[in-house]
Every structure is written in structure tokens, then in C-alpha cells.
Design a protein. Structure first.
Ligand code: AHG
Ligand code: MN
Ligand code: MN
Length: 357
């Protein structure tokens, strides 16, 4: 029986399209896929490997770490530090830049990652994932510091995520479309199964944590209120809602069947612009979504254009089917111009004649 193209074969094929490619980048992707396979194995074993539960520690962002957050972070560091392709790394689980140990050669790339995304779902056996982004190290820098990582998402060389669900998959972009690979556990390889993923333009599905509704800004309130009114409302159709609490799983659903995902700016904690982190959650997912024909915005502009100021900076995230993202951006503009007043007024309630699209 003929087997499908492996991820290794695919990236070597891509590399051949570049006359000056040294193979270093291909080798880095190879290490990244090994890290994801190892984490897929641990996630799949769960309680059998003693992998569930809290580790008892906190990360720099004050979040309780799960045992698997710590283990996945270690796996990413150990699997990618030795190969000579990286100059330094940044992880959700580490305070500052991680320098490559002295015994290994340094390379030209920076790796930024969320080792385990959606880790609150681990103990309840719901899909989790890993997210990563590759940047170029600035020329002549031997020990990259914080400012060397503060590059806009538009500078990413590669972005990807692994999803550990009923099947484990790796979804990757090098800036020329998005491809999905499924882990064949028997032969131990990722095989291309979802070539050239494209986000459907139309959708009637949205994802947002509605328990935060009282903290949302008016444009988001307006969008969700209109969706909830369904066929008899201004949108003229019924919408469905999903919330998995794993960004990886939400983005994967959107890549496969379309939809909209929002973790918008809210007033819950005035010090935070949003919940998700720019460098290792928003930027890689924004690159993937754009490369698949969707859009990714803060509500006020493209995520990939945000100039980072901190390693663990948070941003509002609105991504998915392009027409929906553009609609919410328009609602933000209309709000700033005071054009959505009817929506904010007390006359604008479920029985009001003033409700409109
Ligand atoms: P992480 O597990 O890496 O900290 O990320 C969790 C993120 C993201 O995956 C998800 O969309 C969101 O947090 C869930 O937030 P709520 O707990 O507010 O639903
Ligand atoms: Mn995360
Ligand atoms: Mn995480």
C-alpha cells in the first residue's frame, strides 16, 4: 500500500525550491515535530504516565502550572537546543529568554512557544496543543536579549501548532499557505492529510467566553447580540456557539470548517489588553489564519502589525472568517465615531423598533 508524504519529505521538497537553503531550517522543523510527537505521547498516556494534575508551581504570569505544562516546556527546550539552529528561545513558562547551553553551537533563528495550550483541559481529557513561532535572530547578536524577540508577527519565518486530540496533528505555514499533517502512530510519522487548508468565507459559528460579557466593549456586545438574535435579527440567520477553552482547538475548527474566535479586550483587569499572549499565541495563529485566507485582528488593526513591547504581552484576538473579522473591525470604527449610538441607547432592547444591522 502506498503511504502518503511525510512531513520530512514535504519540508525537504520545500527546501529544494530555495537555491541557497542550507537545510538548517529543515532540521529545526524536524526537531520541532519530534518535540510535538513526544508531547503527543505523554498527553495520550495521561494518568498512565502520571502526567495529570498540577505541578504545584506558578509561571512568571502568576498562572498555576500543570505537570504537563512543565514537562512540555522541558521537551521543547531539550529537543531543539542541541541542533545548532537556534540562537535563543522564549516560552510561556519561562521568565526571560533562554540561552542555548554553551556546549551547543548557536544558530540563526529564535523560537517562541506555548508548550501546552489549553492546559486547563488536560485533566478532563479535552484537546490541548502546542503553538510555536520562528523568527530570525538579528545579525551579529550572539546572546539574544528581550528586545531581539520584540519583532512584529509579520516578521515570522514559520508558525505552527500541534493539536493533541482524537488524532494528533501538526499544522504549519512557511508563508506559502497552510498544510496539515496527521500523526500515524504506528509508523511514527506525520503524514500530510490536509494540504492547502483554506478557511471558508461564510460562517454561522462563533466562539467567545460569554462569562466575560459584563467586561466586553460595546462593539463586541453588539456583534454577539446580533448573532444571538438569529434569523429574526439583523443577521437574518441562526448562529451556533462553541467554547473549548483551548485556542489550538478553536483555531483548528476554524481552519477546517470556518468560524470566528474572539478573546477580545475587556475591562476585567485594566492592566491587561486581553487574555492571549502576542508572541506565542496571537502571532503564530494570526499568520496561520491569514495564510489560510482568513483574517486576524485586535479589533482595531491587524495582529501581525502590532509592535511588541514585552515578551509576555497580551493582546485582544479576533480571528477567523474574513468577512466576520472585518465586520467586527467596522463595529469598532463605528463605535469610535459614535455611529452605533442606537445600539447603546436604552431604546435598543429586544422589543425596540430601533434595532438594526
Ligand atoms: P494556556 O493554557 O496556554 O495558558 O492558554 C489558555 C488560553 C487559550 O488556549 C484559551 O483560548 C483561553 O486561554 C481560555 O481562557 P478561559 O479560561 O478564560 O476560557
Ligand atoms: Mn496558551
Ligand atoms: Mn500554555
Amino acid at each position: 500500500m502506498r503511504r502518503g508524504t511525510t512531513l520530512t519529505e514535504f519540508i525537504i521538497g520545500e527546501q529544494r525550491g530555495f537555491a541557497h537553503a542550507s537545510g538548517g531550517f529543515t532540521a529545526l522543523v524536524s526537531d520541532l515535530q519530534l518535540a510535538c510527537k513526544h508531547i503527543a505521547y505523554l498527553v495520550g498516556k495521561g494518568a498512565l504516565a502520571g502526567a495529570l494534575g498540577r505541578s504545584g508551581s506558578e509561571n512568571v504570569q502568576g498562572e498555576q502550572q500543570m505537570k504537563l505544562d512543565v514537562a512540555a516546556n522541558e521537551i521543547f527546550l531539550r529537543t531543539t537546543q542541541w541542533g545548532g539552529h537556534l540562537a535563543a528561545m522564549v516560552s510561556e513558562e519561562l521568565d526571560g529568554p533562554y540561552q542555548i547551553p554553551k556546549q551547543y553551537p548557536r544558530g540563526r533563528y529564535l523560537l517562541v512557544f506555548d508548550p501546552l495550550d489549553g492546559s486547563s483541559n488536560i485533566d478532563v481529557n479535552v484537546s490541548v496543543g502546542s503553538i510555536f513561532s520562528v523568527l530570525r535572530a538579528p545579525e551579529g547578536v550572539s546572546e539574544p536579549a528581550t528586545e531581539d524577540f520584540l519583532q512584529p508577527g509579520s516578521a515570522q519565518v514559520c508558525a505552527g501548532y500541534a493539536i493533541y486530540g482524537p488524532t494528533s496533528m501538526l499544522v504549519l505555514t512557511f508563508g506559502r499557505g497552510v498544510n496539515g499533517f496527521t500523526l500515524d502512530r504506528e509508523i511514527g510519522e506525520f503524514i500530510i492529510t490536509h494540504p492547502d487548508l483554506r478557511i471558508p468565507e461564510e460562517t454561522s459559528e462563533f466562539a467567545i467566553n460569554t462569562s466575560n460579557e459584563r467586561f466586553w466593549e460595546p462593539p463586541v456586545n453588539r456583534y454577539v447580540a446580533e448573532c444571538l438574535r438569529g434569523r429574526s435579527g439583523p443577521r437574518g440567520k441562526d448562529f451556533n456557539m462553541r467554547w473549548i477553552a483551548s485556542m489550538v482547538a478553536e483555531v483548528h475548527r476554524i481552519l477546517v470548517r470556518g468560524g470566528l474566535f474572539m478573546y477580545p479586550r475587556d475591562t476585567k483587569d485594566p492592566k491587561r489588553a486581553g487574555r492571549l499572549r502576542l508572541l506565542y499565541e496571537a502571532n503564530p495563529m494570526a499568520m496561520i489564519v491569514e495564510q489560510a485566507g482568513g483574517a486576524a485582528s485586535t479589533g482595531r488593526g491587524r495582529i501581525l502589525d502590532v509592535a511588541p513591547t514585552e515578551l509576555h504581552q497580551r493582546v485582544p484576538v479576533i480571528l477567523g472568517s474574513k468577512a466576520e473579522v472585518e465586520r467586527i473591525e467596522r463595529y469598532h470604527r463605528e463605535h469610535e465615531q459614535g455611529l452605533d449610538r442606537p445600539f447603546a441607547s436604552p431604546l435598543f432592547n429586544t422589543r425596540s423598533l430601533f434595532r438594526g444591522g
